[in-house]
Design a protein around this ligand. Structure first.
Ligand SMILES: Cc1cc2nc3c(=O)[nH]c(=O)nc-3n(C[C@H](O)[C@H](O)[C@H](O)COP(=O)(O)OP(=O)(O)OC[C@H]3O[C@@H](n4cnc5c(N)ncnc54)[C@H](O)[C@@H]3O)c2cc1C
Length: 325
């Protein structure tokens, strides 16, 4: 009989399981029978596995040479091997982060499963998993019933609430995985990006700046507002192309697709390539000096004004409220 398990591929950043992973574990727990929601950790360590076991009835920790640090080809091959040895689950979910978007299509190619990217909601209908995702630049949603196992998909975690911890920690099974020493190429060095910053695809709140806030003194105001809101800093491609901000902060079609609880767009015109990356945010606030800017069409709240005046005023107001609380 086909397995009813739902696997969630755990993502680790800075030595800890990402919030997006835990949110998807919550979704899996809501969809699967008790015990069938399974966290799959490739590599990692005991502490990371224990962090998952607080939320997953079962954690499979895949252990083997060359799996300790993330590398897409190798980690995809490890998951494919798990499918081969344990049998295909009903579904495999991964966060729609840059890692998840890199990993899932590779697994799809290795195990011959269809793949659905960037889903925002999951439900069960007549026993089939139904995934909802935005189409036509977020102007409409499609719902797709996935009948073949495994249903392999990435989901934007922002749409799923954080689950409660389990009353008792789940079990952790170590699964040995042996892969060939080399899988096509060899990593010769790794370079880490700036540490200590929240990642836009993980953060609950994101404050982004565009060309309208592009000079360094103005962008410092974006950082100040982000800090007041405990938010990640994002940017439009205009600023990334100009070398003002790193690509890791870019929101949009050729950057990151995010679904935070709050998205604040400052001095961003709202071109479709940008809004494609943020239009599933829960609440959008736009600040722009042009009352006809497209971004206002994607916004729940709009402020027409000079960002250089509005953004610091907002930061000060937020800081006051936070201080009182
Ligand atoms: C294939 C492709 C992929 C792309 N991918 C992405 C992507 O991933 N992400 C992305 O962002 N873009 C992407 N783009 C580019 C996108 O089309 C836009 O060019 C880009 O988003 C514009 O950036 P912007 O809004 O910061 O700049 P602009 O379009 O120049 O807009 C600046 C805005 O700032 C406002 N402004 C000016 N001064 C002030 C002020 N003092 N106070 C407040 N507001 C002010 C203006 O009214 C204007 O609305 C892509 C384009 C292509 C072709």
């Amino acid at each position: 009989m086909a397995s009813k398990e739902i696997w969630v591929l755990a993502e680790v950043r800075g030595g800890a399981v990402t919030r997006g992973t835990l949110q998807l574990l919550g979704a899996a727990r809501g969809l699967a029978a008790p015990g069938d929601a399974i966290a799959v950790l490739v590599g990692g360590d005991e502490g990371i596995a224990a962090g998952l076991a607080d939320f997953a009835p079962t954690t499979l920790r895949l252990d083997g040479p060359g799996l300790a640090t993330y590398e897409a080809t190798r980690h995809a091959a490890a998951i494919a091997r798990l499918v081969e040895e344990r049998g295909a689950p009903a579904a495999i979910l991964a966060p729609a982060s840059s890692k998840g978007l890199e990993l899932a299509p590779r697994i799809s190619a290795l195990i011959g499963a269809g793949y659905l990217g960037s889903c925002v909601a999951l439900s069960l209908e007549g026993g089939a998993l139904v995934a909802r995702r935005p189409v036509h630049g977020g102007k409409a949603y499609e719902e797709i019933a996935l009948s073949a196992a495994p249903a392999l998909l990435t989901a934007r975690p922002g749409g799923f609430p954080m689950p409660e911890r389990l009353p008792a920690a789940g079990r952790i099974d170590i699964v040995p995985i042996a892969l060939p020493d080399r899988l096509g190429f060899e990593i010769v060095s790794r370079k880490s990006t700036a540490a200590g910053r929240q990642d836009v695809s993980e953060a609950k709140r994101v404050v982004s700046g565009g060309r309208g806030m592009g000079d360094p003194s103005k962008f410092a105001m974006i950082e100040e507002l982000a800090s007041a809101l405990d938010a990640a800093v994002g940017a439009s491609r205009a600023l990334v192309d100009a070398g003002v901000r790193p690509h890791a902060e870019q929101v949009g079609k050729s950057g990151k697709t995010i679904s935070p609880e709050l998205y604040v767009a400052c001095g961003i015109s709202g071109a479709i390539h940008h809004t494609l990356g943020m239009n599933t945010s829960k609440v959008v606030v736009a600040i722009n000096s042009d009352p006809d800017a497209l971004i206002f069409k994607s916004a729940d709240y709009g402020i027409v004004g000079d960002g250089a005046q509005v953004v610091p005023a907002l930061a000060a107001a937020v800081a006051k409220v936070v201080k009182k609380a």
